[in-house]
Design a protein around this ligand. Structure first.
Ligand SMILES: [Fe+2]
Length: 287
């Protein structure tokens, strides 16, 4: 079954968010929504989230699920805000707890922050089924970029998060805490077992050299034929060597510190201090 899919692009972070709906029942999911954040001012804003919200309201959709593919390091999540507005259940992979434990230590969160995933309404295990209206969906654990990464297979469409990028751009970095190039390769090979015509939807597009427009949709067959990092014929060790060499050259993402602090809390800011202000921490000389 084919869900209806509308993509929203956040140019500031090159992130794609999606509204995925069952046209018959008008039930929907929102995947990886973005909360705008100006790091210089320490100010959040709702431009990106408002566009998603308007779309859901205009079409008269009922929100069943807010799905995070992983704890993003490049943008803040608007899932908490959208849940307050639209209801629905907020879900992520169960291995979010590994990410929470790692970053609870880094940010020295103390007893204020639980690392058992309780901030989310549902923690998906590999193979868990759910649905959007009458459209069957499945959660697949696809670690590598982070240990908790999930792919959501909804009807004939897979939302791969940062597992794959467009074929001409390749794959995501694996050098965050708990990331692992070998796991990513295996996760991708698992996705490549899906039928060739399965539609794949990216979480990011950075425009590969020579391409002047953004793209966000491809298929399993296209990836297997053309992905510059993992097309058929590229073996695990070749991929791992390439991925590690590239990762060693990459800069720390601009928003990793604010983003992870918010996203590990399911899109909520840390609690206000006694003056009523919420703060994000910057660990110095750690990353
Ligand atoms: Fe990511």
């Amino acid at each position: 079954m084919s869900p209806e899919i509308v993509a929203f692009f956040d140019a500031a972070t090159s992130t794609y968010s999606y509204v995925v709906s069952d046209p018959a029942s008008k039930r929907c999911a929102i995947i990886d929504p973005v909360l705008d954040y100006d790091p210089a001012a320490g100010r959040t804003s709702l431009g990106s989230a408002a566009r998603v919200l308007e779309h859901v309201r205009e079409l008269g959709l009922t929100l069943d699920w807010l799905l995070e593919t992983h704890v993003h390091a490049d943008h803040l999540s608007a899932a908490a805000h959208l849940k307050h507005q639209l209801g629905g259940r907020l879900a992520i992979g169960e291995r979010v707890t590994v990410v929470q434990e790692t970053f609870a230590k880094l940010f020295n969160t103390g007893s204020e922050f639980a690392t058992d995933g309780r901030q989310f309404d549902r923690l998906f295990r590999d193979g868990d089924s759910f649905s959007i209206g009458a459209i069957p969906a499945r959660a697949l654990h696809t670690p590598g970029h982070t240990p908790g990464c999930m792919t959501y297979l909804i009807g004939d469409a897979a939302f791969v998060g940062d597992t794959l990028f467009m074929p001409d751009y390749g794959t995501a970095r694996c050098d965050f805490p708990g990331g692992d190039a070998r796991s990513l390769y295996r996760s991708i090979r698992r996705l490549f077992e899906l039928p060739g015509e399965t539609r794949l939807f990216m979480c990011h597009d950075y425009k590969a050299p020579g391409r002047d427009h953004h793209r966000y949709q491809t298929t399993v067959a296209e990836q297997r034929a053309d992905n510059v990092h993992v097309r058929d014929g590229i073996d695990e060790q070749t991929f791992v060597t390439m991925r590690r060499a590239r990762d060693a050259e990459l800069h720390v993402p601009a928003l990793i510190l604010p983003a992870v602090q918010v996203n590990m809390r399911a899109g909520e800011l840390p609690p206000a201090e006694d003056n009523g202000t919420r703060y994000l921490k910057i660990p110095v000389d750690v990353l």
